[in-house]
Design a protein around this ligand. Structure first.
Ligand code: SF4
Length: 391
């Protein structure tokens, strides 16, 4: 594991500019409306957005083909404040965990999961980024580090978008360091990140409007151009928002963090289940599926002595068959402060086999980055605790 720690309890690039709007929260049409309203030709919109999303610059000064006048107007009206990398941890398996410091001093995380070897034995070019949507989380799942320090705030649109841009810039800096490339972008203008899972810190659907607009920007050809089918939105089970997402035109995948296949077990570890019990959740999933086709899968973290019994496996078979969806089993990645344990390999195999025998498509997803603080919220939790001690 390689760790680069740039945290201290006070350092942050606060700026008066943080009160201004950020261009990375706006759609093409909104930017175009502003520029033409200032009297500029519409082609300036594409030039400006190319600087942001294709060349990924961090300041208006670098946008050298825009007039001085336009750059001055942009500087007056908008901010360009990028996420500050407070720490990065690089796992032996290539997983990279980023701890970002926001302008108000809060921390969030993103995790870059590298290409792996596919079933055909070839290395896939998939680079997945796991993105956060809130600082902390209000949903209080008992096994989750993100819930421990409670909810602080929703991320703004640009704070979601900039997690992807910042990772692209990080990769670009690495390439420059190794002197392989000297352009602003990866070879052939390609981006590194081509798959997104919205599964980081926070409940994505609790920040619905900012999330869906950020996804629009990440998906747009003028933005980061990541296909909707390469974007997976995860939820702990917010029923009204699942139904609302089903109405959106984009074909996002939906992942349900189930983690319990009966109401009693699920409510024990996921308080959200008391508000939206399984019957309501599965109905909403069916509505999503009807609107989008087979675009749902179930995530099921296996926690020793909690949800690994064969009666849970049996109930899970029923739910998965009803939704005709795939199940990802994830052996729990322990969080130091919490009592929950990872089950034995034998228990994991038994659980998997009982699903498989009953005709459910199932995979066991080993958590990447075992040698770093890869569990969601773990790195932020440690950093905040360290900073508290330092005050
Ligand atoms: S698992 Fe997700 S919804 Fe539950 S507390 Fe953690 S971040 Fe929130």
């Amino acid at each position: 594991m390689i760790v680069q720690d740039k945290t201290d309890s006070t350092a942050s690039k606060y700026s008066a500019a943080s009160e201004l709007r950020d261009l990375r929260s706006l759609t093409y049409e909104e930017v175009s409306g502003i520029l033409t309203g200032w009297g500029h030709k519409n082609y300036r919109t594409k030039q400006l957005l190319d600087w942001i999303y294709k060349k990924r610059v961090c300041s208006f000064d670098e946008m050298t083909d825009l007039s001085q006048e336009l750059r001055a107007q942009l500087l007056d009206a908008f901010r360009m404040q990028s996420l500050e990398c407070a720490q990065e941890q690089i796992s032996q398996d290539g997983t990279v965990k980023f701890l970002w410091r926001l302008a108000d001093g809060e921390f969030i995380e993103s995790v870059l999961i590298p290409a792996s070897i596919g079933q055909d034995g070839k290395r896939s070019n998939r680079h997945t980024l796991c993105v956060s949507t809130q600082v902390g989380c209000a949903y209080g799942c008992k096994f989750c580090a993100s819930g421990i320090m409670g909810y602080r705030r929703n991320l703004e649109i640009f704070e979601i978008v900039d997690q992807v841009l910042s990772v692209e810039r990080w990769k670009h800096a690495q390439l420059l360091e190794s002197s392989e490339h000297s352009e602003h972008t990866l070879p052939n203008g390609q981006a590194l990140v081509n798959n997104l899972v919205i599964m980081g810190m926070g409940e994505p659907l609790a920040n619905y409007l900012n999330l869906t607009k950020a996804l629009q920007i990440l998906n747009a050809p003028w933005g980061l151009n990541i296909g909707a089918r390469k974007i997976t939105v995860s939820t702990s089970g917010l029923v009204p928002e699942i139904r609302r997402l089903a109405e959106e035109p984009q074909q996002y995948h939906l992942a349900i963090s189930l983690h319990g296949a009966t109401d009693d077990v699920r409510s024990q570890i996921m308080p959200v289940n008391r508000k939206y019990p399984l019957a309501q959740l599965i109905d909403a999933c069916e509505a999503y599926q009807k609107a989008k086709g087979r675009m749902i899968w179930i995530e099921y973290i296996l926690i020793d002595q909690v949800n690994t019994g064969l009666e849970q496996a049996h109930a899970l078979v029923g739910l998965a068959k009803r939704l005709q969806c795939k199940v990802n089993l994830i052996p729990y990645n322990p969080v130091g402060e919490l009592e929950w344990k990872r089950p034995s390999d034998r228990t994991v195999a038994q659980f998997r086999d009982s699903l498989h025998r009953n005709g459910v498509r199932v995979t066991v997803r080993m958590e990447k980055g075992q040698d770093i603080d890869a569990a969601c919220g773990q790195l932020r939790l440690k950093t905040e605790q360290k900073n508290k001690l330092a005050i």
